[in-house]
Design a protein around this ligand. Structure first.
Ligand code: GDP
Ligand code: MG
Length: 264
């Protein structure tokens, strides 16, 4: 049996890595680190910046939303505040996203990864129509993986940790794409506590009970939900500043891309 070329809808490469995470978690710094790593390891990367409001990027982007939409002018023209301006800029860019996909398709043979930076404020990408359109456009063409960046030192509090994980969980269910938890800033705080909480439900219960008087049945139910969520993902500890964890990150991405190929 011969399969016609046109029947092959998904390409194996490049793998799209969409970097999301709370404001200040270190997405842009992490992306810069990824770019440095690809350059020094002979990995062929392509970089896409989707943050219209960033003033200086530490890396060179191959495709930059700022070349197409001027965020400040969008704010003036539509009489919007900063968040409305970013959202509207992303909407305008999303209407032309098929062009971005074509550009990447044309280069597909020469690329291993496409690294995508998203706006600082997480919900602008994860809870907007344009974020969904962009994610869907990628995922219907290439293996696509979400890298969810966590500010490890800020997540040492069990209640904060739980909120952050619930947010990641909502992204997993919304996108239905493989998700890698990237515990960033391990140069400041190691992520072992997080691994322990994720592996041992009772350790997390104990932490949350000593940390707060918040020992409701809701917390218990939520940690059961999360227990199920943790089984569906991979996690790595990295430092965007020192560069630790890059190999582990790319292994997790490769495994997630395999998962994508099997399920989508
Ligand atoms: P974004 O809003 O998610 O894009 O976050 P940025 O990349 O702009 O980083 C926010 C802040 O966290 C900056 O001050 C970074 O220098 C800092 N940061 C990012 N990654 C690391 C890291 O691995 N270690 C430390 N110590 N700081 C980091
Ligand atoms: Mg950023």
């Amino acid at each position: 049996l011969k399969i016609a070329e046109s029947d092959i809808t998904f390409k194996r490469k490049p793998v799209i890595i969409i970097v999301v995470g709370m404001a200040g978690s270190g997405k842009t710094t992490f992306l810069h680190r990824l770019v440095c790593h690809t350059l020094s390891s002979n990995i062929r990367g392509y970089v896409l910046n989707l943050d219209p409001a960033v003033t200086t990027l530490p890396f060179g982007a191959n495709i930059d939303i700022r070349d197409t939409v001027r965020y400040k002018e969008v704010m003036k023209e539509y009489n919007l505040g900063p968040n409305g301006g970013i959202l509207t800029s992303l909407n305008l860019f999303a209407t032309k996203f098929d062009e971005v996909i074509s550009v990447i398709e044309r280069r597909a043979d020469q690329l291993d990864y496409v690294l995508v930076d998203t706006p600082g404020q997480i919900e602008i990408f994860t809870w907007s129509a344009s974020g969904a359109i962009i994610t869907e456009a990628f995922a219907s063409t290439f293996p696509t993986v979400i890298a969810y960046v966590v500010d490890t030192p800020r997540s040492a509090n069990p209640v904060t940790f739980m909120s952050n994980m619930l947010y990641a969980c909502s992204i997993l269910y919304k996108t239905r794409l493989p998700l890698v938890l990237v515990f960033n800033k391990v140069d400041v705080a190691k992520h072992e506590f997080a691994l322990e909480w994720m592996e041992d439900f009772e350790a997390f219960q104990a932490a949350i009970e000593t940390d707060s008087s918040y020992t409701s049945t809701l917390t218990r139910s939520l940690s059961l939900v999360l227990d199920e969520f943790y089984k569906n993902l991979k996690s790595v500890g990295v430092s965007a500043v020192s560069g630790t964890g890059m190999e582990a990150f790319f292994s997790a991405i490769e495994a997630s891309a395999e998962e994508y190929m099997e399920n989508y």
